[in-house]
Design a binder for this molecule. Structure first.
Ligand SMILES: C[S@@+](CC[C@H](N)C(=O)[O-])C[C@H]1O[C@@H](n2cnc3c(N)ncnc32)[C@H](O)[C@@H]1O
Length: 352
């Protein structure tokens, strides 16, 4: 029997997700999801199915999405099997919103990029998108999670990677790989170390840095140090704002031009993120390129709970003011139709 692959295709501004079952030589459209907020939004998918004629077959296909999924946006695609890489952040709605933001940004002709760095590359979809849309730029992709790097080694089809210790500073990382044309450097290591190396001028600054970091505060006591545990692979790729704040604090010393950063309204439940952003407004332009309200659906592997089921966390995230702050960001979560929701932002910070 032919292998069937479920394909998730987003329209230009990620307001429509079309799902297909693809056989070797043809794809059969299952249904459209308007304003998708999660990658595999089973309840809304089932609702979308119930409006169709062949309901039973469609409902069954929703429950039988293939393990390997094809994710497609603006002619860029990857095949990703979450069950093979369980703790790697697969392409999600905020990944696609990032690509959409990049597309908006490069539509301005005067945006020179010769180098870019992605911090926390995950499945690599954003980097692949940037590399396909902007040819001939040098890139560095880093993740603290070895499985993310293992996956990325295989999915840039025109690039073959080899482990290298070309520069002595590579010894600061677990593993470094270079593509055969020297264009892509893939690092398994801690981005905080990389940031320090750029800051101290051992590595050149990048024209563009993109990062969709963990962005949900974990610490009710606002204890900054408790978030500083980077010796282990993050158990949950959403939680803790330390990396986000470290990048903001060092922005001016690590980029020549611009940073694209993911932030959540929950990040503003602690004062630091807003303070760090406010400090940057003096010498830089800050612009929200995209914002989207989505369910906060995060599993805490340490506490073994869905964080939206924990009453303390829920109270912490919902008791903050929902007013937009002076920078234009909402704070915290609101409950809509019994679902805890937050706003994800893609923000551009650019030197004046
Ligand atoms: C929310 S995921 C984003 C993945 C991908 N960029 C995307 O948007 O689809 C955050 C990523 O940051 C990585 N990460 C977290 N802390 C890190 C650190 N200190 N250094 C490097 N990577 C880190 C995680 O392993 C995870 O892959």
């Amino acid at each position: 029997m032919n292998k069937v692959i479920t394909k998730f295709e987003f329209n230009n501004d990620a307001t429509l997700l079309t799902i297909y079952n693809c056989h070797d030589d043809y794809c059969e459209k299952l249904f459209d999801l308007k304003n998708p907020t999660l990658m595999t939004d089973i309840p809304n998918s089932l609702k979308a199915c119930s409006n169709k004629n062949n309901t039973l077959a469609l409902v069954l296909s929703v429950y039988n999405y293939s393990k390997t999924r094809k994710i497609l946006y603006d002619q860029v695609e990857i095949d990703f099997d979450q069950s093979k890489y369980p703790n790697v952040f697969g392409p999600n709605i905020d990944t696609i919103l990032f690509c959409y933001s990049f597309q908006k940004m490069i539509s301005f002709p005067m945006f020179p990029i010769t180098s870019f760095l992605e911090i926390g590359v995950g499945s690599g979809f954003i980097s692949k998108y940037i590399l396909e849309k902007k040819k001939n730029i040098n890139s560095t992709l880093i993740d603290i999670n070895p499985n993310s790097i293992e996956y990325n080694l295989t999915h840039f089809p025109n690039h073959h990677f080899q482990e290298t210790n070309k520069y002595s500073y590579f010894n600061n990382f677990n593993k470094v790989y270079k593509s055969h044309d020297d264009k892509i450097t893939l690092i398994h290591g801690d981005a905080l170390i990389l940031i320090d190396l750029i800051k101290t001028k051992q590595i050149s600054r990048y024209d563009l840095i993109v990062c969709n970091p963990p962005y949900i505060p974990i610490d009710m006591e606002e204890d900054i140090e408790s978030e500083l545990d980077f010796n282990v692979v993050p158990k949950n790729f959403f939680q803790g704002t330390y990396l986000l704040r470290y990048i903001l604090k060092n922005f001016e010393n690590i980029t020549n031009n611009c940073l694209l950063m993911g932030i959540s309204s929950t990040s503003f439940c602690i004062p630091f993120v807003k303070n760090d952003l406010e400090n940057l407004t003096i010498h830089n332009h800050i612009e929200i390129l995209v914002e989207r309200r989505v369910p906060l659906k995060v599993f805490d592997t340490e506490l073994k709970i869905w964080i939206h089921d924990d009453e303390n966390i829920k109270t912490f995230l919902t008791t903050h003011s929902k007013e937009k702050n002076n920078l234009g960001f909402e704070s915290g979560c609101i409950i809509m139709d019994n679902i805890l929701t937050h706003v994800v932002y893609v923000v551009k910070i650019q030197k004046k």
